[in-house]
Structure formats: C-alpha cells, structure tokens
Write a protein that binds this ligand. Structure first.
Ligand code: NAD
Length: 282
C-alpha cells in the first residue's frame, strides 16, 4: 500500500518549530517582521496574502500590510521596496505575484534586498543555491525537500525526475535534489519521450501546470510522486498535475491534492522569515 504524504501535518509541525524559534528570538528582544505587499485586487492573490498573514500571526511573526491600488506604477512600487529595504525593522519582504500588467516582475524581484527576499526569487539567492552557498530558498521546492526528509525518503543516489523548469518550482527543485546528491533529470515542454524519461524516476516531481496530466503510463512501480500542481476542476474540486487515482497503486508514496505540497509553501515562507533574522544574528 502506498503512503500518503501528509503536507498538512508536516506544515503544522514546521510552523510550530518556527513559532518556537520566533519565541526564542523574542526572549532576546528581537522581533520578526514581514512586509506583505499586494498590488491590485486579484481575488486569488487576496486569499493567498490573507493566508500568509494568518500564518504569521500563528507563528508570532509581525506582518505589515502594504495594499496598493491596481493603478500603482512600477516606479512607485520600486520606491516602496527601497523604503522597506532601508527599514531596519523589516526582516522580510514579500511581493505577491502576479503583478498588474505594466510592472516588470523581474525588476521588482531584483530590487528586493536579497537578505530580505523571503520568497528566495532574487538571483543572488538562486545563485547561492546553485553554487551550494547558504541563502533563502524558494518556498515550494524547499517544502518538498522537507516532506521527503520527514517521510524518510532517501534522495542520495536516487533517480530524480522533475517535470517543469519554471524559475519558482522546477529549476530550484532540481538544484535542491542535486544538493541532496540525487541524480537529477529536468523535463519540459520540448522533452522527447517524456513517458520514457519519467519512468526512470525513483522520485518524480511534477510541476507542469496541467490538470491530471500524469497517469500510470508515466510511472514505474515503487516510485515516490510529488504533485506540485493545483487546479480547480469543473465541480469546483481541487486536483493536481497528477491523476492521483490512476497512479497511486504504483507508488510507494504520493502527495495528495489538496493537503500535500500546497500547505508546505506557506510553512517554508514562515521558516524563511525567521531564517532571515537568524542569518543576520549568526
Ligand atoms: P509554469 O507554467 O511556470 O511551468 C510549467 C512547466 O511545465 C514549464 O517549464 C513547461 O516547460 C513544462 N511543461 C508544460 N507542458 C509540458 C509538457 N507537455 N511536457 C513536459 N513539460 C511541460 O508553472 P509553475 O509555476 O512551475 O507551476 C506548476 C504547477 O504548480 C501549477 O499547477 C501551479 O499552480 C502549481 N504551483 C503550486 C504551488 C504550491 O504551493 N503548491 C506553488 C507554485 C506553483
């Protein structure tokens, strides 16, 4: 029988650990503060931002909200980021993506002080990950590594296949698996024979952005499947990039959607907020 990897459980353990670390800093008189920047009124972004603020509250992290109108210019947003960079009372800066049209996301990410880049998107943090130096790591892939470790899934020497090469999931995921001594293959939209490559995987991470794309014809027996996708189907139910019912009996462990990778992203964001302070005080 396959093991269901419970991201809800692990994410609450991580948030409890963060809470303790925040309390330990607080005893030394050091608060942890996250600036949450939201531009425009996208309903999904509002939900994400509210969930992040709630998690901060749970962990004892101060969150300061900066809600800007849709009409905000790139220059105005960059000006705010500069202020937050210069403000010693702010430890982390989170700019909720996507940004309204007309604002260059890359420019905004690059404007954030890398030491406050709790999303781990700045090229300085990505570069640190690439060359094996310490830095803030992108939350979703970092959360996946935590899931694997806490479920005692060995990565070293394993065939790890990542489907998807986005900057926020696929690429940092591949780098993290490599850091853990996995043998890593990255697949993308131009990969030939995706099925054949995917079938090599001992650990298959799917971040493709297509509902239920991966069925049992893409996996070998005993594989560990990590499903990063989140989609809402016609009946309003959530599903992933993996067809869970089709693949589950071939897997040794699998993340469900919902309740798998999803909850880990916010937990790792909380982890990065406290790490940003700990890194400074090391
Ligand atoms: P993206 O659209 O930026 O990237 C998708 C990747 O899949 C691309 O690199 C593309 O080359 C590859 N791809 C597309 N079609 C393919 C095909 N037919 N064969 C092989 N590769 C193909 O998406 P993303 O931002 O990396 O997100 C991926 C999924 O994960 C989405 O469903 C997204 O909603 C979800 N997501 C979840 C979380 C979370 O917290 N759980 C966080 C980020 C993203």
């Amino acid at each position: 029988m396959t093991q269901i990897i419970d991201g809800k459980l692990i994410s609450s353990q991580i948030k409890d650990e963060v809470k303790e670390r925040v309390a330990a800093l607080s005893k030394k008189g050091r608060e942890v503060t996250l600036a949450v920047v939201l531009v425009g009124e996208d309903p999904a972004s509002q939900v994400y931002v509210n969930n992040k603020k709630k998690a901060c509250e749970y962990c004892g992290i101060n969150s300061k909200s900066f809600e800007l109108p849709e009409s905000t210019s790139e220059a105005e947003l960059l000006e705010l980021i500069k202020k937050l960079n210069d403000d010693a009372s702010i430890d982390g800066i989170l700019v909720q993506l996507p940004l309204p049209k007309g604002i260059d996301e890359d420019k905004v990410i690059m404007a954030i002080d890398p030491a406050k880049d709790v999303d781990g998107f700045h090229i300085s943090n990505v570069g640190s990950l690439c060359v094996g130096r310490e830095g803030l790591v992108s939350c979703t892939p970092a959360g996946i590594i935590e899931l694997l470790k806490r479920y005692n899934v060995a990565i070293e020497g394993k065939e790890c296949v990542v489907i998807g090469r986005s900057n926020i999931v696929g690429k940092p995921m591949a780098l993290l698996l490599l850091r853990e001594n996995g043998t890593v293959t990255v697949c993308h939209s131009r990969t030939k024979d995706l099925k054949e490559v995917a079938k090599r995987a001992d650990i298959l991470v799917v971040a493709i952005g297509k509902p239920k794309f991966i069925d049992d014809s893409y996996v070998k027996d005993g594989v560990v499947v990590i499903d990063v996708g989140i989609h809402r189907n016609e009946d309003g139910k959530l599903c992933g990039d993996v067809d869970f019912e089709s693949v589950k009996d071939k897997t040794s462990a699998i993340t469900p959607v919902p309740g798998g990778v999803g909850p880990m992203t916010i937990a790792m964001l909380m982890n990065n907020c406290v790490a940003a302070v700990e890194n400074k005080t090391k």
